[in-house]
Design a protein around this ligand. Structure first.
Ligand SMILES: [Zn+2]
Ligand SMILES: [Zn+2]
Ligand SMILES: [Zn+2]
Length: 153
């Protein structure tokens, strides 16, 4: 799998071995595209296969993989560190997130609408943007529907 080989490469560059736990954690993320798992959630999933892997090992592994740029850490409004697999090549554009403030669902979108704004920052402020991170907070479709169903029409 091409995705896996780029992950191996990054492990090799960091001179790290692909231990069974590391491999499993990477696979958990590869199998769940678009999900943003906390270390606790990763731990629960890992324990289904390796019953005696402790939380500390999971934390360490997740941190290592983040350092190697295999995982990416993000925080949404629950304040918890969450992780997602980083399949985008270095300095490629990242996706953006829409976070529902009612149910905490996180959706992704790939489209980038910021090129014009970045051009303007360069032109008007002399600021050359290398990257950006964007999160939208609001209500998802499902929660919005529930809300409008409750309103008397
Ligand atoms: Zn994401
Ligand atoms: Zn929602
Ligand atoms: Zn963007």
């Amino acid at each position: 799998m091409a995705q896996m080989s780029s992950v191996y490469r990054r492990l090799e560059e960091g001179a790290k071995r692909l231990t069974p736990q590391r491999e499993l954690i990477i696979k958990l993320f590869l199998d769940r595209p678009g999900q943003h798992l906390s270390a606790e959630e990763v731990h629960q999933l890992v324990r289904q296969e390796f019953r005696d892997v402790g939380m500390a090992t999971v934390y360490r592994t997740v941190e290592l993989l983040t350092k190697l740029d295999i995982l990416r850490q993000i925080r949404f409004n629950d304040g918890r560190a969450r992780y997602e697999i980083n399949l985008e090549a270095a300095n490629m554009h990242r996706h953006h997130h829409m976070v529902c403030v009612r149910c905490n669902r996180v959706e992704e979108f790939q489209e980038d609408l910021l090129d014009q704004l970045e051009d303007r920052l360069l032109r008007e402020r002399g600021f050359r943007v290398a990257d950006h991170e964007l999160k939208f907070y609001g209500t998802c479709r499902q929660c919005d529907r529930k809300q409008s169903n409750m309103k008397p029409s």
